[in-house]
Every structure is written in structure tokens, then in C-alpha cells.
Design a protein around this ligand. Structure first.
Ligand SMILES: [Zn+2]
Ligand SMILES: [Zn+2]
Length: 166
């Protein structure tokens, strides 16, 4: 179970499609834009969440979009190269999430139920900048993951079980 928490209006899927088409056209050997790609982008960019490729395949099936597994995997790679999606390591899984039109943020990951909570931390941004300046380092991106137990999981455990975790 994963969910995005930042309450932001999403960039319209049309804009993501436009950006992807520009990316395809800018390749040394321009690539064709397909109907399956358009459907996938609309599906992915109409909500924000964290997902892996297999999860996406079964959700597309459930939505009765007939897109082959191979196409899903290939298109995900292209969406990452185009800067529309990014891969994030969350706990022991590598998941995809929106990169395009979505703010830089950090994650809390529940080790018990797998929930992902997003938060923004301007103080951390300032600290990262300061550290990079000190080292003359050019940052491209960063990711902070805090692992632990979410509030709902803590509450659903008896006090005695909670002591077991310490
Ligand atoms: Zn939890
Ligand atoms: Zn996220």
C-alpha cells in the first residue's frame, strides 16, 4: 500500500503527454508516439502515488487498458529518461512516482504496512545546499527516507506488543 500525501493540484495529463512527445522528437533517432503510451501517461498522471511496474500492469489490466507487459516496462524507462517519472528506493522496493510538475519531497515509510507518507522540508533543502557548497558539489537530486512505524500501525498494536519492538 502506498499513497502520496502532498495536497497539490496535479499537472494535467495533457501537459505530460506534450512533454513526452517533445522528448521523443528530440531523440537523435526520433521515436514514434503510440496510443499505448498516451493511455499510460493519462493513467499515471491522473493521480499521484508510488507504484512498481507489476502493480501498474495489474491496474492497467483492471482498467481494461490492453497494454502488454513489455510495453509497460519499456514506456516506464522512457518516462524516466524524459524526466516525467523518477525511481525512488523506498524501504526494500524501488518505486516510480511523478517527477514532472511535482515538488521535491521526502518520504516516511512504514515497515509494518508499507504506507508511504510524503513531506516537504525547506530546512533540509537549505542544509543540503550548505553541505554541497562546502564540498563544491553540484547536486542533481537527493532523497531522504525515514523508516519506522506509522501512527495507525502503532495504534492498532496493544501496549504490550509495542514493548516487544523496543
Ligand atoms: Zn503502518
Ligand atoms: Zn513521493
Amino acid at each position: 500500500m502506498t499513497e502520496g500525501i502532498l495536497q497539490r493540484p496535479l499537472e494535467p495529463p495533457e501537459n505530460a503527454v506534450q512533454r513526452f512527445r517533445e522528448y521523443l522528437a528530440s531523440r537523435p533517432k526520433p521515436l514514434r508516439f503510440t496510443e499505448a503510451q498516451r493511455q499510460m501517461i493519462h493513467f499515471i498522471f491522473s493521480r499521484h502515488n508510488h507504484f512498481d511496474a507489476e502493480q501498474l500492469c495489474s491496474e492497467l489490466d483492471r482498467a481494461q487498458l490492453n497494454i502488454s507487459r513489455a510495453t509497460v516496462y519499456r514506456t516506464l524507462n522512457k518516462l524516466v529518461s524524459a524526466g516525467l517519472l523518477r525511481r525512488v528506493q523506498l524501504g526494500n522496493r524501488v518505486l516510480y512516482e511523478h517527477d514532472y510538475g511535482y515538488p521535491q519531497h521526502e518520504h516516511l515509510v512504514c515497515d509494518h504496512c508499507g504506507k508511504v507518507i510524503e513531506f516537504e522540508a525547506p530546512q533540509l533543502e537549505a542544509m543540503y545546499e550548505e553541505v554541497c557548497r562546502q564540498y563544491g558539489f553540484q547536486p542533481s537530486r537527493h532523497s531522504l527516507v525515514v523508516r519506522g512505524i506509522c501512527l495507525e500501525c502503532v495504534r492498532s498494536r496493544s501496549p504490550r506488543r509495542r514493548l516487544d519492538w523496543i
